[in-house]
Design a protein around this ligand. Structure first.
Ligand code: ATP
Ligand code: MG
Ligand code: MG
Ligand code: MG
Length: 576
């Protein structure tokens, strides 16, 4: 590529609404331009990195036996109604109508459509396993799009789905994807960690997130440096890291409708850092009589998933509790928290949920199995969280750095990460809901065992920058830099010798398969250097008359403090 023919559009200052470093640098380097909240143009410079991320993902998935297809961005409501997600998803699912007033959604992910493909195409166990993936635009109407491409509304995701004959085979598919993800993130050149993640209603231990390590990450991770133990601690755990930090009753009183706006407001009331993610909150309110005796306790169980938003709040409804203590009905919670009905749905409390009380720690799982009043004395508002599945049981509530690791193999450390990938065993959740079956070896129909596997393509570009930057700009890992090498001729229009050597080197690097850009804009060195350091090209070669007299050019790696002199013929070997 020649710079004069490309589109280079750098800015001295980032727009004032840019919040995090990757967003500022992507805007300044001309990689993205904002169109609306969470919606960006991927400019030519940015698209080059995005395409490189996609290419690595494609290669590794194809190698692992996955098959590429493309599913539609606009998907009919009927499929989403079959799984119930049309109602459950809330406002994150962007809905639209066609000219006949028929309902459609923009895909936030594609379990429904891919399961529909499977039930039509995969008739026999002989066609299994199958693993379909796409690299496609997704739309999620995030309540708070932010951080540029890191939490966009429109973004590019690789989503893949495996179909297997039984659970054991699904485990093999899962492990294969887990391994492929490891190779992908290695090749991308990022420092990452795979952590155990919440398996929600599905249960089991097969859900892992791939997290790019960065202090600015939204997720908190706990890991053991001397073993493989690593898990995502989400906010509820962090809440309980801070017992007694506020008077929860007072907090609730101060907030006539906590949760109405955002979890961030709740987090604020509880005195928590906004960056943390609220996962579940168990709040209890009490009514007392004139003598101060508790006459009624209501437990509000809110599961708040994901992005600090209340758009997936679910209310708990549990029967069978003894007098004096009851869970609120859905209607009461709706009213109390001012939520829209679409936000709520009953949750099954199959997993133990713990209430951290002022005086007692009671296991809500036990409450549900016939607890009596003696089992739970607590005051005010309580908070809690989902416990990890038994395999992972680590009571993370009071975790601090240096605590023993749950696997007994060392001590725990805490760091922050950016979720860039997620592998998840789905079981038969979608195949049952959509009655997607194949004929098993015994001739009987069986539901597919499924897994789903996501990678945030555009988020990776942001995460890579969060991890690799300095005061001058971006520092790309070679594999995903928009260009690997930039040639900066000093005196392009004035020196025949410089021009000739630059052209020669340019051709030689291209011939060696190196992604090189020749800066033939005839700019001063200072301007060229500032641009390319901002853009973050990993290798720079400066060609000037002075060096050429001694038969050398100047090479400087983006992280190097000084340039070194090299013969032009040695450059290709040096940058590979
Ligand atoms: P988050 O917890 O950050 O909201 P998620 O768990 O909702 O992410 P998944 O449904 O697991 O996301 O989607 C797979 C991947 O897509 C994520 O691991 C992430 O890398 C990416 N992704 C999700 N939401 C966004 C977004 N709004 N913008 C950019 N990438 C996203
Ligand atoms: Mg997540
Ligand atoms: Mg999300
Ligand atoms: Mg996820």
């Amino acid at each position: 590529m020649r710079a004069s023919q490309f589109h280079i559009s750098t800015l001295k200052e980032a727009p004032s609404d840019a919040e995090v470093i990757s967003q500022k640098l992507m805007l300044r380097a001309g990689m993205i331009r904002k169109v609306a909240a969470g919606i960006y143009n991927y400019m030519p410079m940015g698209l080059r990195s995005i395409r490189k991320v996609e290419a690595i993902i494609r290669e590794e998935l194809n190698r692992a036996g996955a098959i590429e297809l493309v599913m539609p961005l606009v998907q009919p409501a009927e499929l989403w109604q079959e799984t119930g997600r049309w109602d459950k998803m809330g406002p994150e699912l962007l809905r639209l109508k066609d000219r006949h007033e028929r309902d459609f959604a923009l895909q936030p992910t594609s379990e429904e459509v891919v399961t529909d493909i499977a039930r039509q195409e995969l008739k026999s166990y002989r066609q299994l396993p199958k693993n379909f993936y796409q690299i496609q635009t997704k739309f999620r109407d995030e309540r708070r799009p932010r951080f540029g491409v890191m939490r966009g509304r429109e973004f590019v995701m690789k989503d893949g789905y495996s179909f297997d004959r039984d659970e054991a085979a699904a485990g093999v598919s899962y492990d294969r994807m887990y391994a492929a993800y490891g190779r992908i993130f290695e090749r991308l050149g990022l420092t990452y960690r795979a952590v155990a993640a919440d398996t929600g209603a599905i249960g089991g231990d097969r859900s892992h997130e791939f997290q790019v390590i960065a202090d600015t990450g939204e997720d908190a991770l706990v890991y053991c440096p001397t073993s493989d133990y690593a898990a995502n601690i989400e906010l509820a755990e962090a809440v309980s890291l801070l017992p007694g930090r506020v008077s929860p009753t007072a907090a609730l009183e101060k907030a006539p409708t906590p949760g109405k706006e955002r979890c961030e407001d709740v987090a604020g009331l509880l005195g928590l850092p906004l960056a943390q993610t609220v996962k579940s909150l168990v709040l209890a309110t009490e009514e007392t009589d004139e003598a101060g005796r508790v006459v009624k306790t209501t437990v509000w169980l809110l599961l708040v998933r994901g992005d600090h938003e209340l758009n997936e709040v679910k209310a708990g409804k549990v029967e069978g509790l003894k007098a004096g203590f009851r869970f609120a009905t859905e209607a009461e919670i709706l009213e109390h928290f001012g939520c829209k009905p679409g936000y709520l749905g009953p949750i099954g409390l199959k997993k133990p949920v713990r209430i951290v009380a002022d005086r007692t720690v009671a296991d809500m799982g036990n409450f549900v199995c016939g607890a009596n009043e003696a089992d739970f004395h607590y005051t005010g508002v309580n908070w809690g969280r989902d416990l990890p599945e038994p395999e992972l049981v680590a009571d993370l509530r009071n975790v601090v750095e240096g605590d023993p690791s749950p696997d007994g193999k060392g001590v725990l450390a805490i760091q922050r990460g950016i979720e860039v990938g997620h592998v998840f065993y789905l079981g038969t959740k979608y195949s049952k809901a959509m009655n997607a079956t194949f004929l098993a070896e015994d001739g009987k129909p069986r539901h597919f065992e499924m897994g789903c596997y996501g990678i945030g393509v555009t988020r990776i570009v942001g995460a890579a920058i969060e991890q690799n930057n300095d005061e001058r700009g971006i520092i790309w890992p070679n594999a995903i830099a928009p260009f690997e090498v930039v040639l900066c001729p000093v005196g392009w229009s004035k020196s025949e010798a410089v021009r000739a050597e630059a052209e020669k080197l340019y051709e030689a690097l291209l011939a060696a398969g190196i992604d090189v850009i020749l800066d033939d804009r005839d700019e001063r060195p200072g301007v060229m250097f500032a641009d390319w350091e901002l853009i973050g090209v990993p290798h720079r070669v400066t060609i000037g008359d002075r060096g050429l007299k001694d038969g050398v050019v100047e090479y400087q790696g983006r992280r190097d403090t000084e340039a070194s002199k090299l013969a032009p013929a040695d450059i290709a070997a040096h940058v590979i």
